[in-house]
Ligand binder design. Structure first.
Ligand SMILES: NC(=O)c1ccc[n+]([C@@H]2O[C@H](COP(=O)([O-])OP(=O)(O)OC[C@H]3O[C@@H](n4cnc5c(N)ncnc54)[C@H](O)[C@@H]3O)[C@@H](O)[C@H]2O)c1
Length: 155
């Protein structure tokens, strides 16, 4: 599957990073489903995404119409199976704990169709900390060590 085959994006964890990642994909034209543990967190994520989009408008980065369209592309669910069934590319942005990320990666591996790509927004872990049980080893990514190495190489 190539990048042009990605039709729908999923974001698991809708906190500080998750709502921003979801908004970035939505501004890029993708329908995005955010998943979190309860509706209250998802409501907050929608409010935060709207506030960020409004800020972008005020800063002249996007038009009001583009902001409205992006927010209109955001959906929410507490049902991981629903997100898994409808997303071609999933980013997780849940808490930075390897056991939580391992459980989530294994669950998504089980629930998602074979083509789905699953990536992590981890800031300090490496993929082998939580991704080693996943069967689709060619369709997972996210590695703070690689990012740090790349950052050093660019300096
Ligand atoms: N905050 C930053 O500046 C920053 C920068 C880079 C990377 N990161 C990484 O991004 C990830 C998220 O960080 P954050 O700051 O957004 O955290 P956060 O605490 O703001 O958000 C985490 C969200 O994940 C949800 N969550 C937890 N377990 C879940 C599960 N099993 N299923 C669904 N939702 C679940 C929580 O309810 C919460 O809404 C972490 O891995 C972190 O290391 C954070």
């Amino acid at each position: 599957m190539g990048v042009n085959d990605i039709q729908r994006v999923g974001v698991v964890g809708s906190g500080l990073m998750g709502h921003g990642i979801a908004l970035a994909f939505a501004m890029g034209g993708y329908p995005v489903t955010m998943c979190d543990l309860d509706d209250e967190r998802l409501l907050r994520a929608m409010r935060d995404a709207s506030a960020t989009a409004t800020l972008f408008v005020e800063e002249g980065l996007i038009t009001a119409e583009e902001a409205e369209a992006a927010i209109g592309r955001l959906l929410t669910t507490t049902d991981l199976a629903e997100l898994a069934a409808t997303s071609d590319f999933i980013t997780e942005a849940i808490v930075e704990r390897s056991e939580d990320k391992r459980a989530l990666f294994n669950k998504l591996d089980e629930l998602c169709p074979p083509h789905t790509i699953i990536v992590s927004n981890t800031s300090s872990l490496v993929l082998s900390d939580f991704g080693s049980d996943v069967k689709r080893q060619d369709r997972i990514a996210g590695d703070a060590l690689l990012r740090a190495t790349g950052d050093r190489a660019r300096r």
